[in-house]
Design a protein around this ligand. Structure first.
Ligand SMILES: Nc1ncnc2c1ncn2[C@@H]1O[C@H](COP(=O)(O)OP(=O)(O)OP(=O)(O)O)[C@@H](O)[C@H]1O
Ligand SMILES: [Mg+2]
Length: 257
């Protein structure tokens, strides 16, 4: 579904992503793991259009999207959530969802010309979709709460909801499970699994909790120092010497000593 061909991202002298080629398959929940600073979020930022790669190409379902603006990628069915939630704190939960849903039709000249006539119908449709999303997330009771007052975990749920409002076919989840309680973590995992099975939504998720990754992903990509180290099931990559080294630095430590 998504193909990266020799993608690199340099920040000054630092190579955050170094010549990465990989494939994210449609229909699946793919895990992306690796130690802090491995380049995982940077990779997502390039796929989602927040960062322009220093070199290489990104292809989404056969189309080169390397330089495509964020909103055009979302029209193509690509959505993402942020490691640090990006809600509008002064808007309510419902309003946050509606704002996220509003971008979907884009701002073409055609739309602008017909906007006035279509506006009410469009708003109605977005409202209903936002309500459905609230039901799915089990956030109905918080619909009128200001998003800024939500707990960390509820903000993560809202991130997922905002991504869903674009009617995506693939969602990139950046540590949606980080720093939230066990109960909510299990609930979010169930939601992701349901969206995958019932709606055929594909996911690529960054997560540090390997038990959580194992529960959801049959396919895991491991990054370290900007490169892809290996790929396989959680059991496979866990046993891989290079992965153990990357996480615990054993090999490098010996080299330096
Ligand atoms: N905008 C930026 N400008 C300069 N350096 C950056 C920028 N974004 C990321 N980096 C650097 O690139 C490297 C990779 O960062 P990235 O955030 O992609 O790692 P990560 O794998 O997501 O880590 P974590 O697990 O801690 O979230 C790090 O050394 C980071 O400091
Ligand atoms: Mg990150």
């Amino acid at each position: 579904m998504i193909t990266l061909d020799r993608v690199s991202m340099r920040f000054g002298g630092l190579v955050a992503v170094d010549d990465v080629s990989l494939e994210i398959h449609g229909g699946r929940i793919t895990g992306l793991i690796g130690p802090n600073g491995a380049g995982k979020t940077t990779l997502f930022n390039m796929i989602a259009g927040r960062l322009l790669p220093s070199s290489g190409h990104i292809v989404l379902e056969g189309r080169d999207i390397t330089k495509l603006p964020v909103h055009e990628r979302s029209h193509m069915g690509l959505a993402r959530t942020f490691q640090i939630p990006q809600e509008f704190g002064r808007l309510t939960v419902l309003e946050n969802l509606m704002v996220a849903g509003n971008g979907e039709k884009g701002d073409s000249v055609f739309n602008a010309a017909f906007r006035h006539r279509n506006y009410r119908a469009e708003e109605e449709e977005i409202y209903h979709r936002a309500r459905e999303t609230l039901d799915f997330l089990e956030l109905q009771k918080l619909s009128e709460a200001k998003a800024g007052t939500l707990s960390g975990g509820q903000k993560k749920l809202l991130e997922l909801g905002r991504a869903l409002m674009g009617n995506p076919r693939i969602i990139l989840l950046d540590e949606i499970g980080a720093g939230i309680n066990r109960t909510l973590l299990v609930r979010i995992a169930e939601m992701i699994a349901r969206l995958n099975v019932e709606r055929g939504l594909s996911f690529c998720l960054i997560e540090h909790d390997l038990a959580y990754v194992q529960r959801l992903c049959s396919d895991v990509i491991v990054m370290a120092e900007g490169r892809v180290l290996t790929r396989g099931t959680v059991e496979e990559v866990r046993r891989d010497e290079r992965v153990i080294e990357a996480y615990f630095g054993g090999g490098k430590y010996e080299e330096r000593a």
